[in-house]
Ligand binder design. Structure first.
Ligand code: FAD
Length: 390
């Protein structure tokens, strides 16, 4: 039997449940990636994705296989590649969000579909609150349940891939990245970054909020496209519990998005405020890092330069937009989505809604003071001087 192995946000060969399932279910596999214009991305993440595909192709070739890359609507490409190779089965990873749900429906129309575990450490829907409901709405009880549930064996890497004669790939257009300092894409770059960062990570609990110290892992672009296995990371004994807790936040937002796919445009919390100001000039100044508030401008300029921003700066810049200027979180999230190399639907919109008080924050009306934030997390102004020198 021949199966199309559809890569989506799992661009790796280590601990890849989709790859392992395809090899188990079929004698021959057709590794395929479809560059689907319907999938939300941006030029920075696209550059990273193209590098990740090159890296994946090298790994698949080393295992005796290859990677077919196509451009277009995913289901139509799967059907065409299936027909060319005699595949009657398609295996892909689960994922949350409207695009992923629609994709699964369309794939099931063109072939027998098997769905393997996706980007989460613990699959959305596996943990349910004892009081009822189809997902956890509050983080702390989720963290308690998740901590007990997170351990699971790691999938073996296939020793040898057996493929039929593979059809040609499409040439993908290059990405016009807007950021000037992007990290290198790919699984090998991800593992190298992890190995460089993990040994010194014991100061993460104390320093992850230190803006100038820049002591977080910067693994987010790799996790967003699955160049790294979040499950393997959550079980890595070199990493502090505080980092594992952040991976739990990632799963938390994923299970929220799985249950509430309109997280990108509808307030999650019933009765939440939805009457935002309109001030195009203020929005544009925020986007460009020209508000005149040093800590906000520094974060926004880091985003433009690196396609990435420190988590504390994301909280400060987002808090300033919605709580100080009173502008709509959707406009802020859209700007982040245009630039973030680690763009992730659940994390971006989940965190924006959290910050705006329309999401899962148990204290949605908490105040926000950028001066206090700057004094606490950039006490000597080094982050502001680095990104927004006056
Ligand atoms: P580390 O501190 O080293 O954490 C390790 C990993 O844990 C991260 O790579 C990420 O996968 C996960 N993680 C960390 N913090 C969070 C969090 N608050 N919520 C969910 N997962 C988390 N993260 C994205 O991956 N993509 C986004 O599009 C995104 N948009 C955001 C928008 C706003 C307004 C805010 C406040 C946060 C957003 N985050 C997003 C979460 C967080 O800022 C980034 O994951 C983090 O800054 C990435 O840096 P790191 O890999 O060095 O993090």
């Amino acid at each position: 039997r021949t199966a199309v192995l559809l890569f989506t946000r799992d661009l790796r060969v280590h601990d890849n449940p989709t790859l392992a399932a395809a090899c188990r279910l079929a004698d021959r596999v057709v590794p395929l990636y479809v560059d689907d214009p319907g999938r939300a991305s941006n030029p920075n993440q696209r550059r990273f994705m193209l590098e990740s595909l090159d890296d994946l192709r090298v790994s698949l070739r080393a295992a005796g296989g290859d990677l077919v890359v196509r451009r277009g609507a995913t289901a139509a490409q799967v059907a065409a590649v299936g027909e060319a190779t005699g595949a009657d089965l398609v295996v892909c990873a689960s994922d949350a969000g409207r695009f992923a749900a629609g994709l699964r429906e369309r794939l099931a129309d063109v072939a027998e579909l098997r769905v393997a575990p996706g980007p989460a450490v613990v699959e959305p829907g596996r943990l349910l609150p004892s009081g009822g409901g189809d997902h956890y709405r509050v983080f702390t009880p989720y963290w308690r349940a998740w901590s007990q549930a997170r351990w699971r064996g790691v999938e073996p890497e296939p020793e040898r891939l057996r493929t039929p004669n593979l059809p040609d790939s499409d040439e993908l257009p290059p990405a016009d990245a807007t950021a000037t300092h992007l990290p290198p894409g790919g699984e090998r770059a991800a593992l190298a970054r992890l190995d460089a960062w993990a040994p010194g990570s014991d100061d993460y609990p104390d320093r992850h909020d230190d803006l100038a110290g820049d002591r977080t892992s910067r693994l987010s672009p790799y996790l967003a496209l699955g160049c790294l296995s979040a499950r393997e990371l959550a079980a890595d004994p070199r990493l502090p519990e505080a980092l594992v807790r952040q991976l739990c936040w990632r799963d938390f937002h994923l299970q929220v998005l799985a249950a509430f796919p309109s997280l990108t445009d509808v307030p999650y919390r019933r009765g939440a405020r939805d009457d935002w100001e309109s001030d195009p000039a203020a929005l544009e100044a925020w986007r460009r890092g020209e508000t005149g508030v040093g800590i906000v401008d520094a974060g926004m300029r880091q985003l433009l330069a690196e396609g990435w921003m420190h988590n504390r700066a994301r909280l400060i810049t987002a808090g300033y937009l919605v709580k100080t200027l009173g502008l709509d979180w959707r406009a802020g999230a859209a700007w982040f989505a245009r630039h973030l190399v680690d763009l992730d639907e659940a994390n971006n919109w989940g965190n924006w809604q959290w910050t705006a008080g329309t999401g899962n924050d148990t204290r949605p009306n908490r105040g926000f003071n950028h001066e206090r934030q700057a004094a606490r997390f950039d006490p000597d102004g080094a982050y502001r001087r680095r990104w927004a020198p006056s």
